[in-house]
Ligand binder design. Sequence first.
Ligand code: 3K0
Ligand code: CA
Ligand code: CA
Ligand code: ZN
Length: 425
Amino acid sequence: MGRRVRPLLALAVVGVVTLVAVPNAGASPTNPIYQQKSAQYVIGGVATGADRNRIGGTGAAIDAVEDGRATVTATPDEARRIAGLGYRVTRAETEGFPAADAGYHDYAEMMAELDKAAKAYPKIMRKLSLGKSYEGRDMPLIKISDNVTVDENEPEILYDAHQHAREHITVEMALYLVRLFTEGYNKDPRITSLVNGREIWIVPDMNPDGGEYDIAGGRYHNWRKNRQPVSGGAFRGIDLNRNWGYQWGCCDGSSPVSSSETYRGPEAFAAPEIQHLRDFVLSRRIGGVQQIRAAIDFHSYSELVLWPFGFTMRPTAPGLGADQQQTFAAIGGQMAKSNGYTPEQSSSLYITDGSIIDWLWATQGVWAFTLEMYPNSPGKGGFYPSASVIAAQTARNKDASLLLADYADCPYRAIAKQRQYCYRG
Ligand code: 3K0
Ligand code: CA
Ligand code: CA
Ligand code: ZN
């Protein structure tokens, strides 16, 4: 297993961001202040700890303090309150990705591209809303199919991206899939037949707050989690891919400590972002039958194809028998062959508990995979590869994405057991 990279969490740099208590009693997603869009502001005249406490006391998150100036992430109301305390408040100048990486889509650019596509392809694409993130950003939900306004009796597939804030290339992957299925329709026969015969759901941005925070001020913050205050406001962020409600917190695959990068949250489904995706997936259960048959959850980085379970090292477990395990491994192997990634069970990387793929499989029977995208080493940019690789590294997953959509009618075809499992009676 020498080729496996242990990326990800091990490389996380924490501690560069100054976090200050946010004593915002009663703050919740329904509190209007969180419906406002946060932005970065620069506060002048910040000399002492008392200054920082006063500013933090408004609910704003202090991102950095340098040379008597604090950079904060704040709602317009919070910014006004800081100004009301007598500080000089200006909007931070740099928005979006650092100039060198302008090829990546920030939240507003992603929304604009989705709106444009929905307008250009109204017959096969709809832009819906999954719900609002903790800070009130709309989380788009894309449906692509022929007769897109009708719920047809077709196998459904879900692609979601960006549970982890700094994994920006996954948003590009989702946008690539939107373009692939829309622009390829009636041009590429393979695409046409999938758009006709499947209902395709794409959630391009599971963590818009974390994503925007990660690029705030035109520099990277190495942020992973969402941005909701936890532990009474002392810290921010739940690891969305540890907050799902199957075997949540069972197995040392997440942390109970709120400052940790893998903080699992105070309870399963504490994060609004994953409540929304959970509720959507549950809404696709019709007449007791889950319509979504297969899913890919995009992450970076390490170039891996992963399948359940993450919570146990054992290849089989209750709800995951030998045939199911072999089907996962067979399809995962084919996906990996198409993109040159390494296929393995999720727990072979490390134990995770509360991950989306474990929940999707165990509670909904969805054939759920994690794809860890480019690169395979920190030397190639780690979480922040150059924008120049986006086109090649998203197109690299075309076949893997289509292959799973194709299998969605009966994944057991991969082990030639379709007659046993899919077409009886
Ligand atoms: O299914 C999985 O094993 C997920 C792996 C994922 C995670 O949530 O830990 N790796 S990442 O955080 O480095 N993208
Ligand atoms: Ca259809
Ligand atoms: Ca349907
Ligand atoms: Zn990730």
